[in-house]
Design a protein around this ligand. Structure first.
Ligand code: ADP
Length: 233
């Protein structure tokens, strides 16, 4: 599946819940960029420019993101499926993904579009604090850490992402509004778009996603039994 929706709508949170339910491979392009920013290996000049743009709320170029995805193309054939979070974000990215999936003979189960009003998004992003170690998100009001500044899950240091400040949030929402209609139309035309109301708690949203996707995420999807060579004769 691919997860679509505005910045901060909870794609990462839902991806983690779905991953826990069905053991699918979760690939977040935003996390790949943040890992590059935190890496001890100095980023290439192109990556350095992309990271500076990302901190201001801009999108990375299609070429750069597609190259990152290609490096992890094996995730698309993981045995329990994959969840792409943050990719595709533009129609050209969706076209490349479709070609990669065709090459791998993999069909998408759906493009899950998480939807919430701008006011909810802005409030979620402004209060978000992320763990430097395990990347888990907290929220200053809705999910405050037990110990100020420390991750509940691993004790790591919580920080505010550069792009979660008001000026960058405004830029991200503007890019989102510009690029998303074509992306939604792409999946709508293929009968794959599944819209989910993303307001409420993470578990409310997960329950709605389960219903909308049409199969119980709490249950392992059926595994096709391996064929015996004699069956093919
Ligand atoms: P968000 O919380 O806004 O959904 P992510 O954590 O997915 O953000 O990504 C952080 C930033 O990384 C994005 O705002 C964007 O600048 C960049 N980025 C991630 N994925 C893509 C993509 N597919 N195309 C272009 N830029 C991307």
């Amino acid at each position: 599946m691919v997860l679509l929706g505005p910045p901060g709508v909870g794609k990462g949170t839902q991806a983690a819940l779905i991953e826990a339910a069905i053991d699918a491979c979760h690939l977040s392009t935003g996390d790949l960029f943040r890992a590059a920013a935190a890496s001890h290996v100095p980023p290439s000049p192109a990556m350095q420019a992309a990271l500076a743009g990302i901190a201001r709320g801009e999108l990375a170029s299609d070429g750069m993101v597609i190259a990152l995805l290609r490096e992890r193309v094996h995730c698309l054939t993981c045995p329990h499926g994959f969840l792409l979070d943050g990719f595709p974000r533009t129609a050209p990215q969706a076209t490349v993904l479709e070609a990669l999936l065709d090459e791998a003979s993999v069909a998408l189960d759906g493009a899950v579009y998480l939807q919430a009003p701008d006011a909810v998004i802005i409030e979620r992003l402004s209060g978000r604090r992320v763990c430097r170690t395990c990347r888990r998100s907290h929220h200053l009001d809705h999910h405050p850490p037990c110990r100020s500044g420390c991750c509940d899950a691993c004790g790591g240091q919580l920080y505010q992402r550069d792009d979660d400040v008001p000026a960058a949030i405004a830029v991200r929402l503007a890019h989102y509004a510009r690029t998303t209609p074509a992306l939604l139309a792409f999946y709508q035309q293929r009968g794959l778009l599944r819209t989910v109301d993303a307001t409420g708690t993470p578990h409310d949203v997960f329950a709605r996603a389960e219903t909308t996707i049409g199969w119980r995420l709490g249950v392992q999807p059926p595994v096709t039994p391996a064929r015996h060579p004699a069956q093919d004769a």
